[in-house]
Structure formats: C-alpha cells, structure tokens
Design a binder for this molecule. Structure first.
Ligand code: PEP
Ligand code: MN
Length: 335
C-alpha cells in the first residue's frame, strides 16, 4: 500500500503517522521527494483500513498494490481450481456443468422436470427448498420436505443437487442430507455468518454475486468461505441491478473473464435471474458459454404460469432441450 502525503503536512504529523503505522506491525518506507512525500507500507496491509488513511488530513491519496483476497487469488494459485462435486462430476479447469431445474421445489413435478433436464443433457439438478422472497407473504418454499424431494430426484436420476441455504443454523441439516452443493444466494452474498458457517461445512458452495455487489466484494465473500478452510467455492454471476428496466437485472458478462483473470475459482453464469424473461435466457446462456463460463444455472419448469416463483424466466423442458446442443456447440469452440 502506498500513501501520498500532502505538501502541507508537517514533519511532526509525518512522524506521528509513521509511528502509528509501525505500531500495526508494518514496515514503513518514507521517501521525501521535491514534489511529494510517499509512504510505502510493507507487510500485512489487509489490517489497515484504506478509507481511514484516506480520511486523514495529511494524506492526499492511498493506493493498494496487492489484492486483499489471498486464498481466491490467481497470483498465488495460477492453475484453475477443479472442484469435485461427486467422484464423477467436477467443475472448473475445463470441466463444464449445466445445473437446471425449477426455481422452487414444489412437489412431485420435480421428478419429471429432473428426468427431462437430464435427458436433455443437464448434469446437475437445481431447485430451491428455502426461498429468499422479497415479500414475507410470498411462498417461502417447502423447507426440509423440499430437500427430501431433491434427494429423491437425485436418487432416481443420479444428478447431484444444488439448493439454497439461507440460515447458518441449517448447515447441519444440509450436511445430514448430503446436499451436494450449497447455494448462497444473491441476497446472502454478504451474510458473513452464513459464509463462515458454509466455510466450516467443507461442501462445495455456489456463491452468487450480490445484486449490488462488485467483483471484488464477491471475491471477498469467497475469501470468507475459503478462510474457514473450504476451498470448494464456485462463483456465480447472476446479474446486477442497474437503471435498465427492460430486464430483471443486467447480466454482467464482463465478470466472467474478469473473474477468470483474478481468481482460479470456477465461474458459473445464471442467465435466468440475469434476464428475468424466458425469451432472453437462451441467447444469454450461449453468450455466457462463449464468454468462458465453467457452467450454467438455468431455471426450467413444466408449467411456468403456475410456478411458485420465477415463472416468467423459466424455460420449458422442450426449450431447454433445444438449447443444450447449441451450448455444446459453443463449448466445442471455446474449450
Ligand atoms: C435462485 O437461484 O432461485 C435465486 C433466488 O437466485 P438469486 O439468489 O441469484 O436471486
Ligand atoms: Mn429463481
């Protein structure tokens, strides 16, 4: 970290600053030039609040020269991480997976949707049993019963399951039921207690980007999980909220190559929540594949008009089946 000192700073103020920084265990290098004085900080600068430094009267500007995320950083781990979901199924480093299924687990139709997406080429089943709804009066999901239906669908189809966890107190339940991938949703992307708890659980985590989250914030959330000893983090770009009203969110496909540049973790894209409308899901699924995503999460429902949640963005199983060969064709080109 480098701090530029204002020309108006007195020698006494500078000495106080250096003493304070040294008291934090940092090595401090002062170079006094004609035009500016620069203070270089060496050591674990993650302990220094950059904004606090910037707020000081004698400081002109502060620049970080190293990223605050370490475990997720590609600099310290140049190879792509390959995350093993089951002994047969991995994601990242050339392994591409398609997670498909309804937004909410609603009952017996889960099995028929699961069979249909599997037949079309999906490799993992998604479905929400605990639903983060904007309104407390909206359906909150089937809870444990929904997890049981997911496990039954897994037993029948052989597809591993990915489902959202909202409460740190549910981690034991998810572990007991051997849920393959714990999804942390956009609304919980910075629920640090939940991140720490899924970090302790050790199971693969699909971490979605917060709807107003920056790429760096997403990486710091991954860091929370990884710093608890769980390296199995899969990042997910699912659209961010912008001024655009024609789509539910704005699909930040830049995030896919940017994340690949910054981190070794696999990156999944979710064109369903990113667009919000069935008609846009297929083209954006293809675009995300072309951008280099390691997988896709796509909502599929057999009767979208009656879906408990997110019907307007659901693909019918037939639409999903038409999309899969195109995804595979693009994979051939970019892989
Ligand atoms: C979901 O996957 O159904 C979901 C709620 O996604 P997000 O957290 O991205 O809104
Ligand atoms: Mn949904």
């Amino acid at each position: 970290m480098i701090a530029v000192i204002k020309q108006s700073a007195t020698q006494h103020q500078l000495e106080n600053l250096v003493a304070w920084l040294e008291s934090k265990g940092l090595e401090v290098n002062v170079s006094e030039g004609k035009e500016a004085t620069i203070v270089g900080l060496i050591g674990d600068t993650s302990k220094v609040d950059m904004m606090l430094l910037e707020s000081m009267d004698i400081i002109e500007q502060v620049t970080r020269v190293t990223d605050p995320f370490k475990a997720a950083n590609r600099k310290f781990h140049p190879e792509n991480s390959v995350i093993q979901i089951t002994p047969e199924i991995a994601i990242g480093g050339g392994h591409f997976q398609v997670m498909a299924g309804p937004c909410s687990v609603e009952g017996e139709n889960l099995i028929s949707i699961a069979r249909a997406v599997k037949a079309a080429g999906a490799t993992m089943l998604r479905g929400g049993a605990f639903k983060p709804r904007t309104s407390p009066y909206a359906n909150q999901g089937m809870g444990k019963e929904g997890l049981e239906l997911l496990c039954a669908a897994r037993a029948e189809t052989g597809m591993p399951i990915v489902t959202e966890i909202m409460d740190p107190r549910d981690v034991d339940l998810f572990i007991d039921m051997d849920i393959d991938v714990l999804q942390v949703g956009a609304r919980n992307s910075q629920n640090f207690n939940l991140l720490k708890e899924v970090g302790r659980a050790g199971k693969p985590v699909l971490l979605k980007r917060g709807m107003a989250g920056t790429i760096d914030e997403l990486l710091m959330s991954a860091e929370y999980i990884m710093s608890e000893g769980n390296p199995n983090v899969i990042l997910c770009e699912r659209g961010i909220r912008t001024y655009e009203k024609r789509t539910r969110n704005t699909f930040d496909l830049n995030a896919v190559p940017v994340l690949h540049y910054l981190t070794h973790l696999p990156v999944v894209a979710d064109p369903s929540h990113a667009t919000g409308y069935t008609r846009y899901v297929a083209p954006m699924a293809l675009a995300a594949t072309a951008a280099g995503a390691d997988g896709l999460e796509i909502e599929v429902h057999d009767n979208p008009q009656c879906a408990w949640s997110d019907g307007p963005q659901a693909l019918l199983p037939t639409q999903f089946a038409e999309l899969m060969p195109k995804i595979n064709a693009i994979r051939e080109v970019v892989a």
